[in-house]
Design a protein. Structure first.
Length: 123
């Protein structure tokens, strides 16, 4: 059995997804919660796949840059396709899928805010 140790970002994505899903369920927006649930594994999978492309990118040869940019383009295309498919589930489901796909960005923004607060200022 292969064991994958989740990164700090992945843990943050899981916690945030749980909070989003609970908020959707508590407020009776079940389609939103379902959208988050559908997008979470896709978001985690795309994050892990992208992580594999950037491992050891200190001195980038041109082929590594092309591979990274190619994966970024494919990642964006998959997210766009998922959003287009989510339209069939209604606007609430679409917003849930969008929230699920933006988990990584939200975790990074939270970490950036914490770093700024630790430095005691927003200079």
């Amino acid at each position: 059995m292969i064991r994958i140790k989740p990164t700090r970002t992945e843990k943050g994505m899981l916690v945030l997804a749980a909070l989003e899903a609970v908020a959707g369920l508590v407020t009776a927006h079940y389609a939103f919660a379902a959208g988050v649930g559908v997008a979470l594994p896709v978001s985690l999978g795309l994050f892990r796949w992208q992580l594999g492309a950037v491992t050891g990118l200190d001195n980038l040869p041109p082929k590594a840059v092309n591979r990274f940019l190619g994966r970024s383009l494919i990642r964006s295309s998959v997210a766009l396709a998922l959003l287009v498919l989510a339209l069939a589930g209604g606007i609430e489901f679409l917003f849930g899928v969008l929230a699920g796909l933006l988990l990584q960005v939200m975790v990074y923004m939270g970490e950036a805010i914490l770093i700024m607060l630790r430095k005691e200022g927003w200079d």
